[in-house]
Design a protein around this ligand. Structure first.
Ligand code: ARG
Length: 369
C-alpha cells in the first residue's frame, strides 16, 4: 500500500523549509494607474505616470537572480516550484472595472497564504493583481491532486469598485507629513466596503496569526481571516511611521522562536508588543539598510534589507549587499547565506516576497499561551 504523502504543511516563518515556490519575472508590467495603486506609488517615484511591460534586460536580469536563488535552495535540499506566468500586458475586466495591464508573478508571498495543510488565495486589493492567482493554479492543482489532505481555498473575490478606495488618497501630492498622520490615525486608502487582504500582510506564529492593517488589508479583511481560521487567534497590528503601509515583511520579521526584528522607523506600538513580550519574546530594532535609495522603478523602500528568508532557526538568506543586516543576524548566531537579489526588487520585493512556503517541518504550536 502506498503511503499518503503530505505535500503542504507550514505553520510559521522559521521551521526548517523543505519546499517553496519562487516567483518569476517574465512579462512583469508596471501597472496602469488605478485608484488602489495611485495612493501607493511613492510621490517622488520614477514610476509615476508610466506603465507597461518592463524592459527585456531588466526582466532577464531579475530572472537570472531568481533562478540562482532557486539553485541555492535546491542545493540545500529544498524543493523549488515555479509559477506559470500569463500574459500580464493585457486588459482585464470584471463587470465592475477594467484595468489596462496586470502586474506579474514575482512575489508569490503577496498572493498565497499557507497555514498548515491549506493554501489560501488572498483577495488582493489592486485591480491589476485580481487575476494573479492564475499563475499559481497549475501548482495548486498538482498539490491538491497529489496530497489528499491538502486544502486549496480562495477568499471571496472582492468587487474593487471605486467604493473600495478613499478619494482623499487620490491626489498626487499629499505630502509625507499628512501620510504619516493618516497612518497613525489608521486612515488608509482602502475603505471598509468589503473584506480585503494581501497574503503578505500576514505572519504566522503557530496558533497566532499577526496581520498588518494598512493599505492592502482592511479591518474587514482581518475579520474575514478570523472567521476563516477558527482554530487560530488573529491579531491586527499597525505600524505608525510607515507612510505606505503595504505588506508586513519589510517591517516586522520573525527570525526564530522568541526573536523578531522590527524596522526602527516603524515600531510596533507598545500596547501591541505585549503579546510577544509577555511570552518572553524579544523584539529588537533591525539593522539599517545598506542603501539610501531603492533601485530604479521599485515600489518598495530600502527596508527590503529586512525581507529575509529564514531556512531554519539557524540559517537565513539575506540580500548580498545588505551587509549591516547580515552582520546583525550573524551576531545573533545565525548562519547567513548571502543571496544576490537587489536587481529583482523592482519586480515586487525581496527574498521573503519572492517565495511562498509549501512545506516546513514542524507542527502547530502555541507560542503565546
Ligand atoms: N512595503 C514594504 C516597504 O517598502 C515592502 C514590502 C514588500 N513585500 C512584499 N511581500 N511584496 O518597506
Amino acid at each position: 500500500m502506498s503511503k499518503i504523502k503530505t505535500i503542504v504543511n507550514s505553520w510559521n516563518e522559521w521551521d526548517p523549509l523543505k519546499h517553496v515556490i519562487v516567483g518569476k519575472a517574465d512579462g512583469t508590467c508596471i501597472p496602469a494607474p488605478e485608484p488602489a495603486l495611485d495612493a501607493k506609488v511613492p510621490e517622488d517615484s520614477d514610476m509615476r505616470g508610466q506603465f507597461g511591460p518592463r524592459t527585456k534586460d531588466t526582466v532577464d536580469k531579475a530572472n537570472q537572480l531568481l533562478d540562482n536563488f532557486s539553485n541555492i535552495l535546491i542545493k540545500r535540499g529544498i524543493k523549488v516550484d515555479r509559477p506559470d506566468p500569463i500574459n500580464f500586458n493585457q486588459k482585464t475586466s470584471t463587470p465592475d472595472w477594467e484595468a489596462d495591464t496586470m502586474f506579474g508573478c514575482m512575489p508569490p508571498r503577496d498572493v498565497l497564504l499557507t497555514v498548515g495543510n491549506e493554501i489560501l488565495e488572498a483577495t488582493m486589493s489592486y485591480r491589476c493583481r485580481w487575476f494573479e492567482y492564475l499563475c499559481y493554479r497549475p501548482l495548486l492543482k498538482k498539490y491538491y491532486d497529489d496530497d489528499p489532505n491538502m486544502k486549496h481555498e480562495s477568499a471571496p473575490k472582492p468587487r474593487l469598485t471605486d467604493a473600495d478606495y478613499r478619494k482623499d488618497y487620490l491626489s498626487d501630492k499629499i505630502g509625507i507629513q499628512k501620510r504619516l498622520k493618516w497612518t497613525e490615525d489608521k486612515f488608509f486608502v482602502t475603505t471598509e466596503e468589503e473584506p480585503l487582504f494581501d497574503a503578505a500582510d500576514v505572519l504566522r506564529f503557530g496558533k497566532d496569526l499577526v496581520v498588518q492593517h494598512g493599505f492592502t488589508t482592511n479591518l474587514k479583511g482581518i475579520d474575514w481571516l478570523k472567521r476563516h481560521y477558527k482554530d487560530h487567534r488573529v491579531h491586527a497590528v499597525n505600524f505608525p511611521g510607515d507612510p505606505y503601509p503595504i505588506h508586513i515583511d519589510a517591517t516586522f520579521t520573525p527570525i526564530k522562536e522568541g526573536l523578531i526584528i522590527n524596522n526602527p522607523q516603524r515600531k510596533l506600538p507598545k500596547e501591541q508588543r505585549k503579546l510577544f513580550e509577555n511570552n518572553g519574546w524579544e523584539i529588537i530594532d533591525s539593522a539599517q539598510p545598506a542603501h539610501n535609495e531603492p533601485p530604479p522603478l521599485c515600489y518598495s523602500s530600502t527596508w527590503l534589507s529586512m525581507n529575509v528568508l529564514v531556512l531554519d532557526p539557524k540559517t537565513v538568506c539575506v540580500e548580498k549587499s545588505e551587509v549591516y543586516q547580515a552582520d546583525q543576524l550573524d551576531r545573533l548566531g545565525m548562519e547567513v547565506i548571502p543571496v544576490d537579489m537587489r536587481d529583482a526588487y523592482a519586480f515586487g520585493g525581496g527574498l521573503h516576497c519572492c517565495t511562498a512556503d509549501v512545506y516546513r517541518e514542524g507542527e502547530l504550536k502555541d507560542y503565546f499561551p
